[in-house]
Design a protein around this ligand. Structure first.
Ligand code: AMP
Ligand code: MG
Length: 937
């Protein structure tokens, strides 16, 4: 592992006076080979005990922790606890004396931090406080230990280390050894354990430990660090050279990784966390080692590559950044010193292009070796100099860390006693996710890897963290068995999860529009079906008028699979016209009366319409028979319709190119109107106000008509809060749909305008949770619904209703009857629950496709690999969604729009590469951070 290589380099420097780059050892792993490659590069200044200035500097790492502690006040976040249960005849007095010996030997453990105008400085106290001692009854023990572990150090006033000794019984003690990170790290525990044991052995015998002085103390290191790194202002200094490397290596880094969190990220992270223990078994461990050896990489690199691949697969993108600790003990002299030397390396892995695992390992090896060669820049300086967008919501530069414990375990043993380490949870999380792993061996053979996952409880539930680990194990098993496997090809779900993805749509009643309409007329002949200003038509009369018009449409050639344009604004006449087209067996093409004639012409030509129904004053035109509504003889007999008859063709603007006519079947309309969502009396009086050419009109028309409700035509003109309030009051509207934009507008202006409505639906684009909250607050008893769906799936595909409360996201909910949802990745493979993916829709609610455009239809309507029946299709929505733990789907945004690239220096090639990696994206938004080195973009 890389730490061993670092130690080798340290030894070579100390012994031979020359530098040995880490990469050289990876390339040349024999002594003879290395000897040939040592080129005598002058070694840097060795670390020695020097003259102490009056004012002792902090190391860079210490400065950051000091700063954080000033910012947040005393907190347990950076505590390093060790809890030991000791059974046997513990000599408490000897232990306390030994603690005194250790803290005397290791200056870091008795250093406090003062500050003046010039910043913080270290003050080494002559001695550390004596241990805390208490007799604690077993029932109170857990709490005492917890309090001790979560102690908040005041770094300005007290030593950053404490020992607590709790006497539970005469031969039963628990000790808590707590060191603030500012004075220690993982690699400190071995010397600390060794010193404590040595001192205790002496003190038990009544002697003082006789150990040689440490070659250097932490303060010497802090001074040396300043001296050897030099200043960032001096371009030739090692610091400036290494910073330049990092600036390039981390250019364009995403602000943060998008992780499949259970909750939205709070604006300010609480720092609270929890842990989860896990293990990879000996078999997997053996394979990790075998693959590492075969590919010339470390065990860490194998685990890192697999974790990066996993994060990509769960939606974090293809630019994966992990933090990994490096020991930072750049000199042999530091081996026995307790202190904060560890630094975090930022390891950035490009997982794009769906590489094989072997290829990914090669990338990781390159990145890591380059990073190791520039590991002298302390993390905190990197943050300062790269100045990524700083935020209190997440850790800078990386949010996920990976540690493979290579520190020699600090085995705490005390002579004559049984010492058992206890779990000590801080309830804190420094990062969003940290994975700490440790290899185990038995007689030199791999015996498994144990792990601890620390996760931020701001974001994750324990079950989600456990799922991630399970999928990591599954991914590892697959790619280790065959490193040629592409990372996108690994199945991350178990069979039960896969079965869940293939859930078919809830069944609906088969039927056709003419039949369903006739049945409704028979059920409620005298109920008012449509109310338009002063005019009211009951179901029977509406049907009669439709039959009259249908007769004339038949004469004009309307029949099954023919189209009839309906060029009427919202009105009772529009309803008559639509029903007439249906009765004539044809399909209606609703046309917005306000749209340019050229577009109307295109739609009529495109659908090969046989006639146009229009108002009296509509100029005859478009080369088609124009039929106005007039009285006459009703159509004789009936034209048979079938579930798959063409009901209507509705045009979507289409963001690019020519409009597309979405061809919708009878069954799809029946599925929409038949959904139980409408069966709560809310469709009693539905406001018709949408443009007739907009798919919301399908809801406004067919939901009331097929449930015995009433269509209430809105007064002419636009809808605003005042009109709405008046119409609801005078017409007793019970249900309506408004676009998300209008909903938000009214919610801001006058949320009480919806008062009296039983159910208001918003949709068409993302619905603001704030708007929903305002409306719920202002309108007691109201139900607010989110209706989601493309025109291609008949207005609504999923919906969600609430009476409150509303969280940070207002979900789009669950599929309507007749619709099934699948959340898939680029390979049409289901993404893990909670991970973002593209929404695909299946079921009878799908349109046939684009009228007369098989090519464009085939681009978006594809075979459903999960269909329980042959011939099932999927519609690709282009929408990014994720499924929450409670099953509701959240809308995250659209695919295919933009890729954002930001950084301090951006090469033109990077932009091209980003666009290549996102073949469906059309725009790149480039942001230069800070001054920006190249403005030529
Ligand atoms: P259209 O086919 O014009 O109705 O547009 C459909 C698209 O509008 C969907 O693919 C979504 O991107 C967006 N959309 C529709 N309803 C919603 C909703 N309730 N929440 C978020 N986006 C929506
Ligand atoms: Mg829509």
């Amino acid at each position: 592992h890389s730490l061993l290589v670092t130690r080798l380099a340290n030894r070579v420097r100390a012994t031979l006076g020359t530098e040995l780059p880490i990469r050289t050892v990876f390339e040349t792993s024999t002594v003879a080979g290395l000897a040939a490659r040592l080129d005598g590069t002058a070694a840097r200044v060795p670390l020695r005990r020097g003259v102490r200035p009056d004012r002792l500097p902090l190391s860079h790492g210490q400065r950051r922790l000091w700063f954080l502690s000033r910012l947040d006040g005393p907190a347990a976040t950076y505590n390093l606890p060790l809890v030991l249960r000791i059974t046997g005849n513990l000599d408490v007095a000897a232990l306390c004396a030994a603690w005194h010996d250790v803290t005397t030997r290791q200056e870091a453990l008795r250093t406090v931090f003062d500050a003046d105008d010039a910043g913080p400085f270290a003050v080494i106290r002559p001695e550390a406080p004596a241990p805390e001692r208490a007799v604690v009854a077993e029932p109170a023990l857990a709490e005492r230990v917890r309090d001790a572990v979560r102690y908040g150090f005041d770094l300005a006033a007290e030593a950053p280390a404490r020992l607590s000794v709790f006497e539970v019984g005469r031969h039963d003690h628990v000790i808590v050894l707590l060191v603030h990170h500012i004075a220690g790290d993982g690699w400190s525990s071995a010397p600390l354990a060794r010193d404590l044991r040595t001192a205790y052995e002496h003190r038990v015998r009544g002697t003082a430990p006789s150990w040689p002085d440490l070659p250097v103390q932490y303060a010497d290191y802090a001074l040396w660090q300043q001296e050897t790194l030099g200043s960032a202002e001096d371009p030739d200094s090692p610091l400036a050279v290494q910073l330049a490397f990092w600036r390039t290596a981390l250019a364009g880094l995403p602000d943060r990784l998008e992780l499949p969190a259970d909750r939205p990220r709070p604006a300010v992270a609480t720092g609270l966390g929890d842990t989860l223990a896990f293990a990879f078994d000996a078999g997997l461990h053996r394979e990790v080692l075998a693959v590492a050896r075969a590919h010339g990489v470390t065990v860490f690199m194998v685990l890192q590559a697999a974790l990066s691949a996993l994060l990509t697969r769960v939606g974090a993108g293809t630019d994966i950044v992990l933090g990994a600790p490096v020991a930072g003990r750049h000199d042999d002299a530091l081996d026995d010193v307790v202190g904060f030397f560890v630094s975090m390396l930022v390891l950035r892995t490009d997982t794009s292009g769906d590489p094989s695992f072997a290829e990914l390992l090669a990338r990781v090896r390159e990145t890591d070796l380059a990073a190791y060669a520039h590991q002298d820049v302390p993390f905190e300086l990197l943050v300062e100099h790269l100045a990524p967008a700083r935020s209190a919501a997440h850790h800078p530069l990386f949010q996920v860390s990976l540690t493979l414990q290579s520190a020699p375990a600090g085995e705490f043993t005390l002579p004559g006693l049984t010492v058992v380490p206890q779990e000590a949870s801080l309830g804190a999380a420094r990062f969003d996710l940290s994975f700490g792993l440790q290899e185990h061996h038995e007689n030199g053979d791999p015996a498994g890897i144990s792990g601890l996952c620390e996760f931020s409880t701001d974001l994750f539930d324990p079950a989600t963290a456990a799922d991630l680990v399970t999928r990591w194990r599954r991914l590892l098993a697959a790619v280790l068995a065959d490193p040629g496997t592409r990372i996108g090809a690994v199945e991350l779900l178990d069979p039960a999860e896969l079965r869940h993805v293939a859930i078919p749509p809830a069944p609906t009643r088969r039927g056709d529009l003419a039949g369903a309409w006739a049945a409704q007329v028979a059920r409620t002949p005298d109920a008012v079906a449509v109310e338009d200003g002063g005019e009211r038509l009951c179901y029977r009369e509406l049907d009669r008028r439709a039959a009259v018009l249908a007769a004339r449409l038949r004469e004009a050639g309307a029949g099954p699979e023919t189209a009839v344009g309906v060029l009427l604004g919202r009105s009772a006449a529009f309803v008559v016209a639509v029903l007439a087209v249906v009765r004539a067996g044809a399909a209606y093409v609703p046309i917005d009366v306000t749209q340019p004639p050229a577009r109307t012409e295109l739609m009529l030509r495109d659908t090969a319409a046989v006639a146009v129904v229009a108002g009296e004053d509509e100029a005859a035109g478009f080369g088609l028979p124009v039929i106005t509504i007039a009285d006459g003889e009703p159509m004789a007999g009936a034209v048979v319709r079938r579930p798959d008859s063409l009901a209507y063709v509705m045009y979507t603007s289409g963001s690019t190119g020519t409009p597309k006519g979405v061809a919708v079947t009878d069954q799809a309309v029946l599925d929409l109107a038949g959904d139980p969502a409408w069966r709560q009396g809310h469709a009693e009086r539905v406001l018709q106000h949408a443009s007739t050419a907009f798919d919301a009109s399908t809801y406004e028309l067919w939901v009331p008509l097929l449930t015995g409700g009433r269509i209430v035509v809105a007064p002419p003109g636009g809808l605003d809060a005042a009109v709405l309030r008046r119409t609801i009051g005078s017409q007793g509207i019970t249900g309506l749909f408004v676009t998300a934009a209008l909903f938000a507008l009214i919610a801001e202006d006058d949320p009480a305008a919806f008062r009296g409505v039983r159910e208001v639906w918003a949709g068409g684009e993302a619905v603001s949770p704030r708007a929903v909250r305002r409306v719920l607050d202002a309108c007691p008893g109201i139900v607010v619904g989110n209706g989601y769906g493309p025109t291609e799936t008949t207005t609504f595909a999923t919906c969600h209703t609430t009476r409150g409360p509303v969280g940070e996201v207002f979900p789009i909910g669950a599929p309507l009857s007749g619709t099934a949802v699948r959340i898939l990745d680029d390979r049409l493979r289901p993404v893990p629950p909670g991970a973002p993916g593209e929404l695909y829709l299946a079921g009878t609610g799908l349109a046939r496709g684009y009228f007369g455009q098989p090519g464009r239809t085939a681009e978006r309507f594809i075979p459903d690999p999960f269909s329980p029946v042959p011939g099932g299709r999927l519609y690709r929505t282009g929408d990014r969604v994720r499924r929450r733990a409670d099953g509701a789907i959240e809308f995250l945004g659209r695919f295919d729009q933009q890729v954002k690239i930001r950084g301090f220096r951006i090469e033109p090639g990077e932009v091209e590469a980003a666009l290549r990696a996102h073949p469906r994206v059309q725009d790149a938004v480039v942001t230069l951070d800070g001054e920006g080195e190249n403005k030529r973009l």
